[in-house]
Design a protein around this ligand. Structure first.
Ligand SMILES: [Zn+2]
Length: 365
């Protein structure tokens, strides 16, 4: 069984941007929508949810303002736009990251649908272009439902807003949906399909890979961040990973190992790897400075991996010039997420204040 990873260049991504700008979609009659909706191959609870979204009955702030239930219509998550159905499920920073990290790999900024009903109908029109139409519908519907659920758990129950957990729950939900539809016992859950994006051959160019690790000496937990830019500074890919380590230096070394593994998986070569850990870089360059025990093993992995590239250069970079990798590592640590971004850097790298806990707290005031 395959989750059908729909790449960024998939039919959905391209066609949806086109369909969304086609105003004809807004002329879809309600009757047609309901007919399609009741015939959907998804669980009843999901049909009900989609029905609420389509008929503007979802309890978003903009609706509650209209009904004089609340006075502030702003999105409690980002506080930067009114909380409409479209905003909550597609355009809010968190929702956008979930779509990007999902099997759809969809950049929702390119979507221009003016209502949920439009977006839903546009998707149904395109569903036959997916390898498995029924499965694509189950995934789409499960994803919007999952985003709504996680938003509310965060807003009302102060639950952790985790991109990683959301995606995991999404895959579980898809599995449940398939079980519900087929009525049979299904195979065990497949892990998400790993990305296999091969970038055009650019071996003469140099990629700059910024790495950072953050580590808590009490819990031993933390995060690693890797930001890849090309020699012109253009964004290529960002990755973060949540995890534990035995020392701060080991966490920094693991970030470098992540960078090499990522570069190898997408066939980047002629790379420069930056870290603000002076001792570690000095060691990688000349092996003279001493390492703590926890870092030694990771460094041995790094040396082995380096042999697979035609050119890897390690460079020290001051902390203040390594902010993106630091924010990625911090995001991984604070949000307990592990993820990869291919189209744009994640919302919290663009706007690091999203990671400030007092900002999250302010959402509840
Ligand atoms: Zn928002």
């Amino acid at each position: 069984m395959c989750y059908g990873l729909f790449t960024v260049k998939s039919a959905y991504y391209l066609a949806l941007s086109n369909v969304a700008s086609d105003s004809a979609s807004s002329s879809v009659s309600s009757g047609e929508v309901w007919k399609k909706l009741w015939n959907l191959p998804v669980l009843p609870k999901l049909k009900h949810f989609i029905w609420k979204c389509c008929s503007d009955a979802l309890a978003v702030r903009s609706l509650l303002v209209k009904r004089n239930i609340v006075s502030n219509g702003k999105c409690p998550l980002c506080n930067s736009a009114d909380e409409t159905v479209i905003h909550a499920l597609f355009h809010c920073n968190f929702a956008a990251d979930v779509w990007l990290a999902s099997s759809f790999r969809l950049c929702t900024q390119s979507l221009a649908g003016s209502s949920f009903k439009d977006m839903f109908m546009n998707f149904l029109k395109l569903a036959p272009s997916f390898p498995d139409k029924v499965d694509a519908i189950i995934q789409w519907v499960t994803l919007v439902w999952q985003i709504w659920k996680v938003r509310n758990q965060f807003i009302f129950q102060h639950a952790n807003l985790s991109l990683y957990d959301t995606i995991q729950s999404f895959y579980r939900g898809v599995q449940e949906g398939r079980l519900g539809i087929s009525g049979e016992k299904s195979k065990p859950l497949d892990p998400p399909v790993p990305l296999n994006i091969v970038l055009p051959a650019t071996n003469t160019c140099r990629y700059k890979i910024y790495t950072n690790g953050v580590w808590n000496s009490v819990s031993c937990l933390g995060g690693r961040g890797v930001m890849v830019r090309n020699y012109k500074g253009k964004f290529v890919v960002a990755k973060c990973k949540h995890g534990c380590s035995d020392s701060a230096m080991a966490m920094e070394a693991e970030a470098i190992r992540d960078a090499l593994l990522l570069a190898r998986s997408i066939k980047l070569d002629c790379i420069s790897i930056f870290s603000d850990c002076k001792t570690l870089i000095a060691h990688l360059i000349n092996a003279h400075s001493s390492l703590d025990w926890a870092s030694v093993m990771v460094v041995s992995d790094i040396r082995e991996l380096v042999g697979e590239f035609s050119s890897v250069v390690f460079m020290y970079i001051p902390k203040m010039l390594n902010k993106e990798a630091h924010v990625l590592a911090r995001g991984a640590s604070l949000l307990s997420i592990s993820s990869v971004w291919w189209v744009n850097p994640p919302s919290f790298v663009v706007n690091p204040s999203l990671l400030k806990r007092r900002d999250f707290a302010a959402c509840f005031e």
